[in-house]
Design a protein. Structure first.
Length: 64
């Protein structure tokens, strides 16, 4: 089990408002397909992508 208590909130990231990375976009696409959802918009920030990844991991069971 992963302990996320030490993880910094994406809203506090100094680079959180930069565009999401290619790796985030790719992983979000995979998670969205597995969850039966539409792919995420391409203009997400790093912080938004991180939060969406967390949501989809929970939905797909990948975050367990």
């Amino acid at each position: 089990m992963v302990d996320n208590t030490a993880a910094k909130d994406p809203d506090d990231w100094t680079t959180g408002d930069e565009p999401m990375t290619g790796a985030q976009a790719s992983y979000l696409g995979t998670l969205a397909r597995e969850a039966g959802e539409e792919p995420p918009p391409e203009d997400l920030t790093k912080a938004e992508a991180s939060r969406r990844i967390d949501e989809l991991q929970e939905k797909t069971g990948r975050g367990a």
